[in-house]
Ligand binder design. Structure first.
Ligand code: ATP
Ligand code: MG
Ligand code: MG
Length: 376
């Protein structure tokens, strides 16, 4: 079988390798951390992502190259394109690495984002804060994740401090109007190298301290809004010429209006629910898309709630798994546990997730509440 090389060897790579191995592919990861989550289930080259010799070795050992980590150096991606087959190209990577480029690309595809303004000086920030009103959100254009590199400006008097703090990162800044959303959702769409496109059902996402806590599927919205969210994700996959997966984070207002927040050109935490709850998982779909296979059916098989297992949740979860789960029996839910093989259960670190399959999302949420694991 062919070998798929992955830039990055974290949990997303591990789950890609698990799905793709079942389809007969071999995998090799490039990741600087020895015994990375993916290295435990596939081959691994231990080196920095932008180590050119290591990237060349990855290219030599792979028939197809993809990534699970989107801050791959664009130069390295370009070099890989000349030495191996990189069906996703480097352009989408370049676009989604920068919030301004990303917003412009979303708008060019005919999809709405929150009103935003490029900020290069404190004067520009003061002026834009006046224009948008408070609250509004100042973000670094590059490098942010889990809410890092952001400042919610609640009063215009905070502008100077917000600018001084975020401009330390040395990247461009962008100010966004605050969307008073009723819900956050995400849609993961796949486009194959042959141009076929399919979207997974939208997930309702609940964050705690800016880290994804729950994905609830089906999202508790009207069908018309759910269908529109899928249409937008498909339009973006088409318009951006995506190959592989594109995760589209959106805000839903009380009136059911949709604004795209940001994109990720890779498997996404909010798509982990697909592993047992859909006919095809996001990981299998990504492998299919980059290998030019027909895409799999994305239909939902069961209501599901995905709950993330952070460092502080590992011990109580393992204690729970060691004994008969009467709550699961009573509520008729099946909690499917996924752990990523990370050694240090550091507070807030993503260690795994549980897909709670149930007859209703309410029953799944009841199980999550009853376990008390996620009160920690
Ligand atoms: P991720 O870990 O998803 O990559 P991130 O650090 O890139 O996160 P965003 O997704 O841009 O950051 O924002 C984090 C969260 O902050 C959002 O999920 C949302 O809850 C809130 N947020 C961001 N921008 C806005 C906005 N314009 N209006 C309202 N809330 C916002
Ligand atoms: Mg982000
Ligand atoms: Mg986000």
């Amino acid at each position: 079988g062919a070998t798929i090389g992955i830039l990055g060897g974290g949990q997303l790579g591990r789950m890609l390798a698990n799905a793709g191995s079942a389809m007969g592919y071999r995998f090799v990861a490039l990741d600087p951390t020895p015994d990375a989550p993916m290295g435990q289930v596939a081959d691994q080259i231990v080196a920095a992502y932008n180590d050119r010799d290591a990237a060349r070795e990855l290219a030599a050992r792979s028939d197809v190259i993809t990534y699970e980590f989107e801050n791959v150096d664009a130069d390295v991606a370009a070099m890989l394109m000349s030495e191996s087959y990189v069906p996703q190209g480097s352009e989408l990577l370049y676009t989604t690495q920068h919030r301004l480029r990303e917003k412009r690309a979303i708008e060019a595809a005919g999809v709405q984002v929150a009103p935003y303004s490029e900020i290069s000086s404190v004067e520009e920030l003061r002026e834009a804060v006046e224009r948008f009103g408070t609250p509004c959100v100042l973000k670094t254009a590059t490098g942010g994740y889990d809410g890092k590199g952001q400042w919610v400006i609640r009063d215009s008097s905070e502008s100077d401090e917000a600018f001084a703090t975020l401009s330390k990162a040395g990247t461009q800044l962008v100010l966004e109007q605050f969307i008073d959303f009723a819900m956050e959702i995400s849609v993961i769409a796949a486009r194959s190298s042959k141009g076929e496109i399919k979207a997974f059902p939208p997930a309702e996402n609940i964050h705690v301290e800016n880290i994804l806590h729950l994905s609830i599927v089906p999202a508790r919205l009207e069908d018309s809004v759910l269908r529109e969210a899928e249409r937008l994700a498909i339009r973006l996959a088409e318009g951006l010429g995506v190959v592989g997966l594109i995760a589209v984070e959106m805000f839903v207002t009380r009136d059911g209006e949709l604004y795209v927040n940001e994109l990720a050109p890779r498997p996404h935490n909010s798509g982990h629910y697909t592993m047992e709850a859909c006919r095809t998982s996001q990981f299998e779909q990504h492998v299919r898309a980059v290998c030019g296979l027909p895409l799999g059916d994305t239909a939902l098989l069961s209501p599901v709630v995905m709950v993330n297992v952070l460092g502080q949740h590992v011990e109580p979860l393992l204690e729970r798994l060691a004994v008969r789960d009467e709550a699961a029996e009573r509520l008729n839910v099946a909690p499917k546990v996924h752990l990523y093989g990370k050694k240090d259960a550091v507070y807030k670190r993503k260690m795994g997730h549980v897909n709670v399959l149930a007859e209703s999302t309410e029953a799944a949420l009841d199980w999550i509440n009853e376990t008390k694991i996620w009160k920690v």
